[in-house]
Design a protein around this ligand. Structure first.
Ligand code: SF4
Length: 271
């Protein structure tokens, strides 16, 4: 039986965050209150993922700010039992929280661990030196991604906040999906509340009821009504379509999308 391998997943463990980025790719500041998932619920999801999938090239933990989750060490401990099926285990963090000893202990389980620390500059990512020192002290691989100034990674962020309907012709929706890096290159499926989506924009459109609930456009990992073999087929065929319903409302995450300074903060009257 051919192994089922997927490129990337991003397990969203909380939408709580220490920052309020206007262009947050996961729309975290726009949820009131921010959804937050328990270690128990996330463990069931992780078990469900590995019941379906044999290899994940990159397993990313994402938020919100994942280090705000008080049960993060327990979540990592649970995922560690599947490390043979993971090539890289990554956590994305925003440079505002120093990992404590309990977290460092959990992260020491494998040399596949690679922490991605986003540096939004000294005014926002205030703890970069201390974070680096903590990871270095515990011998945990990490890298700092510069997201400010002239060396801003990828030239900045893409603005996917405008979810107005953009296309009326089928071939225009098809062409934005074809161009979109979430489809053509990254293939990073966000896992939110037990379901795997093509992108966070899809989930946001669904939450805003811009698109109707269509179970053929996501994978319901926890559903007992769908067999594991059907879920495997859903994953195998996931990207074999002309587009997703949300693409009609999206300008796409593309190589040529305009770039904006990362982590611009929402004011008290925004959002
Ligand atoms: S909704 Fe937008 S970001 Fe998501 S796959 Fe379609 S074009 Fe890409």
């Amino acid at each position: 039986m051919e192994l089922l391998k997927i490129k990337q997943i991003a397990l969203i463990i909380t939408h709580r965050c220490t920052l309020k980025c206007r262009l947050c790719g996961n729309y975290s500041p726009y949820y009131y209150p921010p959804p937050h998932f328990s270690a128990e619920a996330l463990s069931k999801t992780v078990q469900g993922i590995f019941d379906i999938v044999d290899i994940i090239e990159k397993f990313n933990i994402n938020g919100g700010e994942p280090l705000l989750h008080p049960q993060l060490p327990e979540i990592i401990d649970f995922i560690s039992s599947f490390i043979d099926k993971i090539n890289i285990f990554e956590i994305t963090t925003n440079g505002t929280i120093i990992p404590n000893d309990r977290l460092l202990k959990s992260l020491s389980f494998s040399n596949k661990v690679d922490i991605l620390v986003d540096n939004y500059g000294p005014k926002l990512s205030t703890k970069i030196p201390e974070i680096s020192e903590a990871f270095n002290g515990a011998n945990i691989r990490h890298r700092i991604r510069t997201y400010y100034g002239v060396d801003t990674h990828c030239g900045g962020w893409v603005d996917l906040s405008d979810l107005s309907k953009k296309y009326t012709i089928d071939k225009d929706i098809e062409s934005i999906f074809l161009k979109c890096l979430l489809n053509s290159k990254l293939k990073c499926m966000p896992i939110i509340d037990g379901k795997a989506y093509v992108c966070p924009t899809y989930k946001r459109c669904k939450d805003l009821a811009l698109i109707s609930d269509n179970p053929s456009e996501y994978i319901d990992i926890l559903s007992d009504a769908i067999s594991v073999s059907v879920k495997k087929e859903q994953i195998r065929n996931f990207y074999n379509r002309k587009y997703f319903a949300a693409c009609e409302y999206c300008s796409g995450f593309c190589d040529d999308s305009p770039r904006f300074p990362p982590a611009g903060q929402l004011g008290d009257n925004d959002g």
